[in-house]
Design a protein around this ligand. Structure first.
Ligand code: ADP
Ligand code: MG
Length: 224
């Protein structure tokens, strides 16, 4: 479960603190999904980075599966992030010299798994799930934008994360590819009962989430 409690976030700037989020609270349970909308610069990525333990809150707490990751030391925090959270960004951020399969396995390198064979099987399975079972050996340059983003989804799920965070995952895709990626994200989220938080500008994508919220004036406003 994800518990966001009285979260505020300011950035320090040369002109003083820049307030982005002010007293934000919400919870999300396994199998639940939240779409985050709002204009450019409203703080959507900031919220996602804070949930993803990439940016510390200025005040308030984020609790993920009973752990406040900001209480952990740097190494434990990185390990927690790797184990618990999967990220999908607007740009796929795949490594160009690696195959699709190796890209999906990248997050597992840091954790030195006891059973790599099991992880390779999981990565193959996930690439099959996203429709790329025949493209395991292809490098990102040999894949379309939508296919690359599907590899990025498989990579985000390889560790069976409790929480999946997506920052405009369909933002760079044409409509058909965007719909395919949206379908996959929702299907895999439902199947694996992850918690899913995705930033999107697309009302049709947002409509497929259990809850929708808009950031305005540093607060979250539920969209019915
Ligand atoms: P969104 O994703 O909704 O477009 P962001 O969360 O990226 O918005 O940014 C919200 C605001 O915070 C913007 O005005 C942005 O310029 C500012 N901002 C983002 N990151 C930093 C940072 N590291 N330092 C200072 N200001 C930042
Ligand atoms: Mg953003």
């Amino acid at each position: 479960m994800l518990i966001v409690d009285h979260l505020s976030k300011h950035y320090a700037t040369p002109r003083g603190p820049l307030a982005i989020l002010d007293d934000v609270s919400f919870t999300l349970e396994p199998g639940q999904s939240l779409a985050v909308m709002g204009p450019s610069g409203s703080g959507k990525s900031t919220l996602l980075y804070t949930l993803g333990v990439l940016e510390p809150p200025t005040s308030g707490t984020v609790t993920i599966n009973a752990q406040n990751p900001f209480d952990l030391g740097e190494r434990e925090q990185a390990a927690f992030r790797g184990r618990t959270i999967g990220f999908v960004f607007q740009d796929h951020l795949l490594l160009p010299q690696l195959s699709a399969l190796d890209n999906v396995l990248v997050p597992t390198l840091a954790t030195r798994p006891a059973s790599p064979a099991e992880l390779v099987a999981r990565a193959r399975q996930l690439l099959g799930d996203v429709g790329l079972g025949a493209r395991l050996d292809h490098r990102p340059g040999e894949l379309s934008g939508g296919e690359r983003q599907r590899v990025a989804i498989a990579r985000a799920l390889v560790h069976r994360p409790a929480l999946v965070l997506c920052d405009e995952p369909t933002g760079n895709l044409d409509r058909t590819a965007a719909e395919a990626v949206a379908d996959l994200l929702v299907a895999l989220h439902t199947e694996q009962q992850t918690m899913l938080v995705a930033v999107t500008h697309s009302p049709t994508f947002a409509a497929r989430f259990g809850r929708r919220t808009e950031i305005a004036d540093r607060r979250l406003h539920d969209i019915p």
